[in-house]
Ligand binder design. Sequence first.
Ligand code: PHB
Ligand code: FE
Length: 323
Amino acid sequence: MTNMHGYNDFTLGGFNFRRDEYFAHITWSTLDGRPMSHTMDAGNFLRALMRDVAWGFFYGWVNFDDVIGTVNHYGTVDMYAGSFNGAMKDAGIDRMENFPTDDIRQLFEQMLADWTNAGFDPFAAPQETGSPYGPKHGDNMPAITRARELARRCVGLEGDLPLRTDERGAPVNRAFADVPQDTPEVHPEPGFENEVHAFNLFAFLSRSQVTWNPSFTSVVKNSFMCPTTEEHILPIIHGNDRVEWFFQMCDEIHWNCDHKETGEPLARVIMKAGDMAAMPAYCRHQGFSPKRSMLLVWENGNPDLVDDINSGKAPKVPVDFGA
Ligand code: PHB
Ligand code: FE
């Protein structure tokens, strides 16, 4: 159904979604039938929705803000309102429902496509895109359906990518004009020229078109190295279901870390170039990057880890410093 602003309304189980010129409105009923509503800025909503769709619901919790979000159970996904907000939970005005991943993914994809206007790119930094606001005008399908570039082997080796971003001429971002673009010297033994390689990761990242979108650059068993370029605010508050590491490769990011069940503030983490931090499995976090910066996110992709943490077999923290 199209509303007076030109946008479609959407329903997912007991949740309803409506957009107007400035806001996304989410409504639900509590278990005892009381009607509830929540309002988010349309741009912030679409930036969060974009990440949730593109990342296949990510690891654990994707909080769109301190009220609504999703929990990934890897096969099914919970949608909630207020369930991880201490005050709303205590007041009994939250709602959580579980959906097959395909159902929620399809609905989120349709909502993202319909609510994103021409000229607005939810993956771009705010200074590098147009406005999300106004009555419905056009769409931006190329921006919201960007496909990951899947390398078949180490970037730089023959046959790595069907089409390389740098060969397409992606420009160096304005914030990374000082990043050297030279390539490392490699001297393989004869016969190994097509097996040994190195590339300049900083040069590669300096050409990234998107923000807050970790990419897998190396996968060694369950160790995933996911560098990314960050500017402005991480559009979601990520709740961990495992320990996750950050390595600040240049410039700085300021993180708010809260308890993932209630949102209770736990820590401020100011990360400068060269700093490393680990986010424990009981926290949620949101980063603020005043200038476009490079961050390496290190994920443990072990599929057994969530069960191991829940059963106490694996710790929630990376290091136990004793009492
Ligand atoms: C995170 O939630 O840990 C995260 C997500 C996206 C990023 C960086 C960090 O770009
Ligand atoms: Fe995270």
